[in-house]
Design a binder for this molecule. Structure first.
Ligand SMILES: Nc1ncnc2c1ncn2[C@@H]1O[C@H](COP(=O)(O)OP(=O)(O)OP(=O)(O)O)[C@@H](O)[C@H]1O
Ligand SMILES: [Mg+2]
Length: 233
């Protein structure tokens, strides 16, 4: 089967000269969940930002067979649902419901059916109490759920989540893990939480200085890189 994500020789230098990605090769099968692990500043977010063309480095990236290039960006951003590390980057309309429906309306769906679909996804994420609230009045964890709803409503083939457990309380982290396990999409999840990585994925890649230095079963990658606080020492 054709990989849904294929990356070859990806290199990226920020304008200030920081080499953030230094030759990344990566493949993802349809429906496969993978954890992206690695220390602060190792290149995880920079890598994720390349997958829907928000940053453009050297090398080749294809999403569902389509090269990440300007002409394909609209299709790619629909197939590849990206949830930012900071939900404030994602929410901008006056109410949560409008915000989540926006992507559908923007893609040509009529208002009432977009609103119904948005409401259904928000309910699934336990957000029914907050449909008419302003996104900037939500708590951190609620914002993350609203941002995730905005992506899920578009039914992407790939979910890209950057540190999805940040500011979620432990029950909400468990709920998010179970929810993700029920979703059929391929998933790329950058996380610092070994428990979450194990709960949601089987495979992990480990970033160090802009390269993937190990890749394989999530337990092995965590162990090899001494990434579990309870086992470190
Ligand atoms: N806008 C920027 N300009 C210059 N350098 C940047 C920029 N954004 C990130 N970097 C640098 O690129 C490198 C990779 O950063 P990145 O944000 O991808 O790391 P990360 O693995 O996501 O880290 P974290 O776990 O802290 O989220 C770091 O050295 C960082 O300082
Ligand atoms: Mg990051």
């Amino acid at each position: 089967m054709e990989p849904v994500v294929s990356v070859r020789g990806l290199r990226y230098r920020y304008p200030d000269g920081t080499l953030a990605l230094d030759g990344v090769d990566f493949d993802l099968e349809p429906g496969e969940p993978v954890a992206v692990l690695g220390g602060n500043g190792s290149g995880k977010t920079t890598f994720l930002l390349h997958l829907n063309g928000l940053l453009r480095g050297e090398g080749e990236i294809a999403i569902c067979g389509l090269p990440v290039a300007k002409r394909n960006l609209e299709t790619i951003r629909r197939k590849n649902g990206f949830v930012f590390q900071d939900a404030d980057d994602q929410l901008f309309l006056p109410s949560v419901l409008e915000d989540v429906a926006y992507g559908l309306v923007n893609a040509g769906q009529d208002g009432p059916s977009a609103t119904r679909a948005a409401e259904e996804v928000l309910r699934r994420l336990g957000m029914e109490k907050h449909l008419h609230k302003a996104p900037y009045h939500l708590s951190g964890g609620e914002k993350r759920r609203a941002a995730l709803a905005g992506v899920l409503v578009l039914r992407p083939e790939i979910l890209v989540l950057d540190e999805p457990t940040t500011s979620l309380d432990p029950p909400a982290q468990r709920e998010l893990a179970s929810l993700l396990c029920t979703l059929p999409q391929a998933k790329i999840i950058a996380t610092h939480d070994p428990w979450f990585a194990r709960a949601v994925t089987k495979r992990a890649v480990f970033f160090e200085k802009g390269r993937i230095v190990s890749s394989g079963p999530v337990d092995r990658v965590i162990l090899e890189n001494r990434w579990d606080p309870e086992l470190a020492g």
